[in-house]
Write a protein that binds this ligand. Structure first.
Ligand SMILES: [Zn+2]
Length: 290
């Protein structure tokens, strides 16, 4: 069961989101047959996208996180919409690098130095795009930095994925805490204390806490109130129509080349591995629309 809690503190100075995403991340990482380090990187990004999807106002609004680095994973994409539909992939799902000296999966090593881009699409002509240079490559810290620098919002982001021996996802989730305008020094100190005392997200899950338990721990002494619980699910919104539209943008010469070659064109959606085929007749119809 995937769940995201949306809560605020009684004094309205802090809002928080806590996510349990094990089934979601398990489904998507199984679909893409990712190695443990790729599962951790993708799972963290999917969890962040799912949380940021809950923050969107409209059901059709969409958020995309695109992480592009020089490391062997090549890049990570995750997107979510206001309806709780989440999908994502990594460029190289087979990336395999040794664990860090502390035994943890080396997500930052797999990503390498690079950039994190957040694209918010509200169905307007131009999407809203924010970008930062990666500061840690562990994703949660990068998002904290993104919120501070790109959106002038003070946040704490924590994300965690625990991969089991059989490569299935044992634990996955995270939280995001944001200070609302006018947050008092007293509240900030209390939050810092709480954050200092908690263990990692996966350790909290392993210790039997659920999302509510984590919420109580991070907002201890601040009387959190849950406003909404949503259930993010994997869903890809690709369609043959989408790829037809993409073919319309390749240009007349390239399209004519495909028609002359008299071969069926195969397109693949990286988010869900669906394939769509266009034969010569269909390509000619697309050509006639240009
Ligand atoms: Zn798809």
């Amino acid at each position: 069961m995937n769940r995201i809690l949306r809560a605020t503190t009684k004094n309205q100075e802090v809002r928080a989101f806590v996510a349990e995403t094990r089934d979601l991340v398990n489904k998507i990482t199984q679909m893409h047959q990712t190695t443990p380090v790729a599962s951790a990187a993708l799972g963290r990004t999917l969890t962040a996208a799912a949380i940021m999807g809950v923050m969107l106002k409209g059901a059709k609004d969409q958020i995309t996180i695109n992480i592009k680095g020089e490391g062997p994973i090549g890049g990570i994409m995750a997107r979510a919409n206001g309806n709780g539909e989440v999908s994502g992939y990594v460029i190289n799902p087979l990336v395999d690098i040794s664990t860090k000296t502390n035994g943890k999966l080396d997500v930052s090593g797999a990503i390498g130095p690079g950039k994190l881009t957040v694209i918010r699409d509200f169905g307007l002509k131009e999407p809203y795009v924010g970008q930062i240079d990666l500061v840690s490559g562990e994703i949660a810290d990068d998002l904290t930095y993104y919120y501070a620098s790109s959106e002038q919002t003070n946040s704490v982001v924590a994300l965690g994925v625990l991969v089991d021996k059989d490569y299935s996802i044992k634990q996955s989730g995270g939280f995001m805490i944001q200070l609302l305008p006018g947050a008092s020094e007293e509240t900030i100190i209390k939050l810092e204390e709480n954050i200092h005392h908690i263990s990692s997200v996966t350790a909290m899950f392993e210790n039997g806490l659920n999302a509510e338990g984590i919420l109580d721990a991070i907002l201890k002494g601040l009387e959190p109130k849950i406003h909404e619980i949503t259930s993010p699910e994997f869903k890809c919104n690709c369609s043959k129509q989408r790829y037809e539209n993409a073919l319309l943008t390749v240009g007349k010469d390239d399209l004519q080349e495909m028609i002359d070659a008299d071969k069926t064109i195969e397109t693949i959606c990286h988010f869900c591995n669906s394939k769509y085929y266009f034969d010569k007749n269909e390509l000619e119809v697309i050509m006639s629309r240009l």
